[in-house]
Design a protein around this ligand. Sequence first.
Ligand SMILES: NC(=O)c1ccc[n+]([C@@H]2O[C@H](COP(=O)([O-])OP(=O)(O)OC[C@H]3O[C@@H](n4cnc5c(N)ncnc54)[C@H](O)[C@@H]3O)[C@@H](O)[C@H]2O)c1
Ligand SMILES: [Zn+2]
Length: 364
Amino acid sequence: MHYDVNLKRNVDESYPILVVKSQQEIIDEISQLSYNKYALITDSNVQKLYGRTTLFSMGSVFSFEAGEQNKKIETVLSICEKMQGEGFGRDSLIIALGGGVVGDMAGFAASIYMRGIDYIQIPTTTLAIADSSVGGKTGVDTKYGKNLLGAFKQPIAVYVYPEFCKTLPETEYLNGMAETIKHGMIADASFCDYLEVNREMILKRDVDVLGKVALSNCKIKAGVVEKDPHEKGLRRILNYGHTIGHAIEHISKFKLSHGQAVSIGMAVEGKIACMLGNLEIKSLQRQNKLLSDYGLPIVIPDEFNIDDILEIIKLDKKSKNGLARFSLPCDIGRMSKFDGEWASSAEEPIIRGAISESLSRDGH
Ligand SMILES: NC(=O)c1ccc[n+]([C@@H]2O[C@H](COP(=O)([O-])OP(=O)(O)OC[C@H]3O[C@@H](n4cnc5c(N)ncnc54)[C@H](O)[C@@H]3O)[C@@H](O)[C@H]2O)c1
Ligand SMILES: [Zn+2]
C-alpha cells in the first residue's frame, strides 16, 4: 500500500528592485504593504550612523555587533527570540538594513521565523547593493566555514538608496566595485564601457550615477538568478574570479578584502582563459586596466606561495576529480560554455603558470 503526496508547486517569487531618492520613499512603499509589525534588523555601525533617521522609526530595532564574526546561528537565534518576546507574529515584516552580513542573517531569520515570514532588503554597502541583496541566498557561517547553514529565501522587495554609500570606508566602497566590474565582464560589455567612462563620478560617489550602476548590477545578477534560481548551472558565472579570489582571501587571513581578492582572482582567472585560448590578451588587458583604474589590485602580493594557493583551490567545493574548475570569459561581457557547462577544469600547469605570471615579484 502506498500513497503519493503530490506537492508539485509553481511558485512566483518575483520582486521589484527600486532605486529611491529618499528614505521617505522607502517608508511610503513599505506602508502600502499590509503587515502588522516591522522588525528592522541592522548592525551596530549602521545603527550608529543612521539610528536617528526616519527608517529607524518604522518599528522595533534588532541590532547586533557589526562584523562577519557575528554572522552565526547564535545571532539569528537571539534576534528571533527577541522578536518572539515582542510578540512578532506571522503577519510581520523583517527589514534588513545593512551590508551583506545583515542581509544574509535577516533573510535567514525570515526563512525560519515561524516557518517563514516576508522580508525586504535595504542594502547599505556597495557589495550588498551589487551582489548580496539580490538572489535570495541567505545564511550564516559555522566554525567549519562560511555560509554553511542557510536557505534560499527571496525578499519581497529590494530598495536601493545610494546615499548610504557616502559613509562607507574606502575599502568597503571598492569591495562592491570589484563585483560590479565582474558583472560587466560576465554579462554586459556596454556596462564595462559605462564604468570606464563614468569612473570619476563613480569614485566621487555621485548618487545619480550610483543609482544607475546599482540598477545595472541588479539587472545582471537578477538576469542570471532568474535563469538559475537554485545554482544548478548558469549561476556559476557569478563566481568568475572567486575560485582564486577565495583562496587568496583565505591565505591572507582576510587582510585582503573580498573585493581586492576577487579583483586579483579575475586577473588570474582571465589569464587562465587566455592560456586556454578562450580570451584575447587585449580583452584581459582591458579588464585589468579597469580594475586598477578603480584602485583594485591585479597582482598577487609577494608573500603568497603558489603551492598554498593550489592546495586551497583543489579543496574548493566546486572542484571535480581533484581538478579546480573555473568560470571563464571568452570576451568582455561574455562567458564560455564548455561541454554544456559554465565552468571548465584547468590542468595544474596552466593554473600554476597563470598564478606565477600574476605574482608581483615577477615584476608586474
Ligand atoms: N547572499 C549572497 O548572495 C551574498 C553574496 C555576496 C556576499 N555575501 C555575504 O555578504 C557579506 C559581506 O557583505 P558586506 O561587504 O556588505 O559586509 P558587512 O555587512 O560586514 O559590511 C561591511 C562593513 O560596513 C559597515 N557598513 C554597512 N553599511 C554602511 C554604511 N552605509 N556606511 C558605513 N559603514 C557601513 C558594516 O557595519 C561593516 O562594518 C559576507 O558575509 C558574504 O558572505 C552574500
Ligand atoms: Zn563575491
